[in-house]
Design a binder for this molecule. Sequence first.
Ligand SMILES: Cc1ncc(COP(=O)(O)O)c(C=O)c1O
Length: 392
Amino acid sequence: MSSELLRNLKPSETLGSIAKVNKLKEKGINVISFGAGEPDFPTPKPIKEEAEKALNNDFTKYTPTSGIIELRDAICQKLLKDNKIEYKPSNIVVSNGAKHSLFNICYAICPAGGEILIQKPYWVSYPDMIYAAGGVPVNVVSSSSKTFKVSATDLEKKRTDKTVAFIINSPNNPTSEVYSKDELKDIAEWALKNNVWIISDEIYEKIVFNGHEHYSIPYLCPDMKDKTFVVNGMSKAYSMTGWRIGYAAGPEDIIKKIVLFQSHTTSCPNSIAQKAAVKALDGEAKDVEGMVTAFERRKEIIFKGINEIKGLKANKPEGAFYILVDCSEILKGREISDFCNFLLDNVHILVISGNAFGIENHVRLSFATSDENIIEGLKRLAKGVELWINSL
Ligand SMILES: Cc1ncc(COP(=O)(O)O)c(C=O)c1O
């Protein structure tokens, strides 16, 4: 019998499709996946070499729970250089990925039944991690017809005396939108006025396009520094999803509690991966810039390709590597998950149903796959839409 908290957790919407993809692949069918939530590039060589060095030097034992001092120093330097926020190593805790940091923060600040606001559409894990931490996720929907981004006014409508925090993710998964400086300032001022924590998930920080810029709330509103957690990690920027290194920066008293919690649950992040992460942050892994250039190019291909398919609509991605596609026109009362299954069965492409992100009538495509796959996948998508329309 699972605990009350775990009873609320839902299995991932995408598991069924992934099982189906594997079955098709076993039959020798070439499936093009637009499902990836990770860069399709190898981890840059200097980072891998650093890990080899750590192994050969027997750097293979427990480390301090909060992460090695070299890494926490490197994170402080990164936050100062890129985000213009000054932190001390005592403000930093390194975890097993940004996801782990996010859960630990929710667990540390949320009393039982406390409400954590999230923008809907949301990243799949937010609602479940909030439930697992004993809180209640509260969806906030943008009142604008032009953007999914929520405003301080939208947040205020959902604020109650149980509101603890707002999780903001910019650049955003799944919408690929980037919050502007002014939008962030307004949200920060609202949070400050109402004593609400901001949990700022900045995992896609490095992947921004078309002149969009990433800003951190403590830089824009220094008074919010003690009421904000900046969360980031190595996964997306350095193509290191499997290494599991993420971190949180925030007020020392809560960071201390998180470190204590980690000490009793996960001990410390992987020692070898921590050394590799120091290398990633030292700026020598230039491959990262090439990766962003590739995403920028692919974003143009996919944006143009999708909008050329009659009945599909998408906004131009501003960051991250996803495109959210509005399929309302072609559904005609049918279910979006049936459309996703139809595409997989008939033209062998995997797209993710918006249901996973709390948005109806949309699918999310990831462009973290090769240009060739994108071009071929778009041809199949056009064919799939035609077949779907004719199947009515
Ligand atoms: C919005 C968002 N936050 C956090 C994460 C988790 O990153 P990590 O691999 O560091 O746990 C992801 C991964 O998909 C994500 O999309």
